[in-house]
Design a protein around this ligand. Structure first.
Ligand SMILES: NC(=O)c1ccc[n+]([C@@H]2O[C@H](COP(=O)([O-])OP(=O)(O)OC[C@H]3O[C@@H](n4cnc5c(N)ncnc54)[C@H](OP(=O)(O)O)[C@@H]3O)[C@@H](O)[C@H]2O)c1
Length: 269
């Protein structure tokens, strides 16, 4: 993909955190937007700000992407508005912190539906038109947890390993077909993520990256044709652990560090 200017970008989870920052960065680069999340009021507010600051067109779609058939409904909605998606950003997602059994199966089903099934389905519904037209892109949001399993966030980590694997395979399939696939794998980033992950985690962010910085790195990487991008040296070091050590040792290091951090943030383990 050569440029975002004058193109149409669909960003899921655009109502806060990394998705909101990606939407703002894209608007600053002249991209028209389709913002998707459940909180319609927040999306409308962001849309109004971006229209007046950057003069771009911004559409708002209120949708729960964890619901069965959501991707198909979204693609029909986009078609009804007479739009083609040039850049798809699969950002909406959530995690939970705590023991595996602390959360019920309904929560895990919702997490799997949003973090994995919706990503597959959105790629599946939007890729045909992208490949036909060429010069398009998909950015999926993974995590440093895509590279190393995360004890006390086991299902979330597994969903992000899925996103990395899917994205790297699709990158290879589509690299000569006019669709650039990039997976952005952030570490700890300032957003609502911690609040959603554990309502008890009331203590402040520890050395979190800014979502604006993460967004810029991801969007630059996609234009540069990169497949996988991890913002910052510290996060890159986490990702490389399983290649330097045994996988079990890497899980042990991540597990102990993570346990200390969660306890410091008030999570009961
Ligand atoms: N923050 C981090 O430390 C971090 C690190 C690595 C990766 N990530 C990944 O970054 C992505 C963005 O997370 P964030 O940190 O920016 O968290 P966030 O501030 O909580 O944002 C999550 C976004 O997803 C939307 N969302 C949640 N459930 C949804 C649903 N069922 N249907 C549609 N939209 C939904 C939320 O909007 P509504 O509530 O309005 O629906 C919100 O806009 C996620 O994929 C996350 O896994 C985050």
């Amino acid at each position: 993909m050569k440029s975002y200017s004058g193109r149409t970008s669909l960003v899921t989870g655009a109502s806060s955190g990394i998705g909101k920052a990606i939407a703002a960065d894209l608007a600053g680069r002249g991209s028209n937007l389709i913002l998707v999340a459940r909180s319609v009021d927040r999306l409308e507010e962001i849309a109004a700000q971006l229209r007046s600051a950057h003069g771009v067109k911004v559409e708002v779609v209120a949708l729960d992407l964890a619901h069965e058939g959501a991707a198909q409904r979204l693609s029909q909605d986009v078609a009804r508005r007479g739009l083609d998606v040039d850049l798809l950003v699969n950002n909406a997602g959530f995690g939970k912190w705590g023991h595996f059994l602390d959360d019920d199966l309904a929560t895990y089903a919702e997490m799997l539906a949003l973090n994995t099934r919706a990503v597959v389905e959105l790629c599946h519904v939007f890729l045909p038109s992208m490949a036909r037209r060429g010069d398009c892109g998909v950015m999926n949001i993974g995590s440093t947890g895509s590279f190393v399993p995360i004890p006390w966030s086991a299902v979330y980590g597994a969903t992000k390993a899925f996103v990395l694997s899917l994205s790297e395979a699709l990158y290879y399939e589509y690299k000569d077909r006019g669709v650039q696939i990039t997976v952005l794998c952030p570490g700890n980033t300032q957003s609502n993520f911690a609040r959603v992950a554990n309502a008890g985690a009331v203590k402040g962010d520890d050395q979190s990256d800014s979502p604006e910085w993460v967004a810029k790195i991801g969007l630059d990487a996609l234009l540069a044709g990169k497949c996988t991008v991890i913002p910052g040296l510290a996060n890159q070091q986490v990702a490389i652990l399983p290649r330097l050590l045994s996988r079990q040792r890497a899980v042990g290091i991540v597990g102990e560090t993570w346990k200390k951090r969660l306890k410091a943030r008030g999570v009961q383990l």
